[in-house]
Design a protein around this ligand. Structure first.
Ligand SMILES: NC(=O)c1ccc[n+]([C@@H]2O[C@H](COP(=O)([O-])OP(=O)(O)OC[C@H]3O[C@@H](n4cnc5c(N)ncnc54)[C@H](OP(=O)(O)O)[C@@H]3O)[C@@H](O)[C@H]2O)c1
Length: 99
């Protein structure tokens, strides 16, 4: 009795953190590192689906282009490949300053 099905404090915190609606991201520019696979690619998918301009920053151009093709099919929006090797700190800094 008296339980309005709001869940435990942990469940409420999870809802607050993870179930917030994603707003329209039109006009936002977002660089996602490692976005040709795994978590990065899933992140890019959600951002593209909400209208963001997404750069896929990775080393492997062929894998990135394939990911861009798949993501465009799924979201209707095209990401942009940004060649980036994060183990080369000087080159990474130069690239990001020029972007
Ligand atoms: N905390 C957790 O529970 C948890 C769970 C899962 C994953 N993770 C972490 O999340 C990250 C992503 O994991 P994942 O499984 O989704 O994918 P992953 O296979 O670990 O990530 C590969 C991606 O990272 C890029 N990458 C690797 N080295 C790079 C470098 N030097 N410069 C630029 N890009 C580089 C790859 O690009 P290229 O193809 O161009 O090499 C590829 O896009 C990892 O760090 C993983 O340890 C954490």
């Amino acid at each position: 009795m008296g339980n309005l099905c709001l869940g435990s404090p942990t469940q409420r915190l999870q809802r607050l953190l993870f179930h917030r609606p994603i707003p329209d991201l039109t006009g936002k520019v977002i660089i996602v590192t490692g976005a040709n696979t795994g978590i990065g690619k899933e992140t890019a998918r959600v951002l593209l689906a909400h209208g963001a301009k997404v750069y896929i920053a990775a080393r492997n151009q062929a894998a990135s282009e394939e990911a861009i093709r798949q993501l465009k099919q799924e979201t209707g929006n095209e990401a942009i490949f940004l060649k980036l090797d994060l183990s080369d700190l000087k080159a990474s800094r130069r690239l990001l300053k020029s972007s």
